[in-house]
Design a protein around this ligand. Sequence first.
Ligand code: IMP
Ligand code: MG
Length: 184
Amino acid sequence: MSCDSEISIKELQAVFSPEEIAMRVRALAAEIDAVYGDEPLVAVCVLKGAVFFFSDLVRSLQNKNLELDFVRLSSYGRESTSSKHVIFNKDVEIDLCDKHVLIVEDIVDSGYSMRFLLAQFAARRVRSLRLAALIDKSERREMDIALDFVGFRLKKGFIVGYGLDYAERYRALPGIYEIIPEER
Ligand code: IMP
Ligand code: MG
């Protein structure tokens, strides 16, 4: 049996430090609180990449009527390019009907994953539907997606850390780094 090949990595170049991320996440939580107050809200973490962003964000929210749930989408496998084929591996367990729903995603790249999830949730007659993304990466965007809360904007680059992976590696790094490949 053969294994998939990975690119060879020259270095990881720091992009956002843990301190910068913590400050930005607290500011986003304040923006989100200003919109919802104590309205009943379901925050939905998109696993696996948003795991740390979600856990830091929801613990900074003041909302007293907050519920948490999780979905798992996958589209990438070991590739670092985008895929139009999105798989819903795990759905939420809370009934979203008539609830305010906030999707919490790590990074929006082509936009296919969020187009898929937004359409899925919109069909459930939610009271409102918004999207928070830690990173809005614009260069490869193909779908026009409205991002309600954005942590950082990046033009391009493949980044890892703070939940983001390359072939399942580097998720646990506390900061965010760009992968610099070896020149061929
Ligand atoms: P999209 O469907 O192309 O918008 O891709 C969204 C998903 O691809 C994200 O939720 C990430 O899991 C993954 N992704 C896109 N860009 C990066 C990156 O720079 N680093 C790590 N994962 C990424
Ligand atoms: Mg993701």
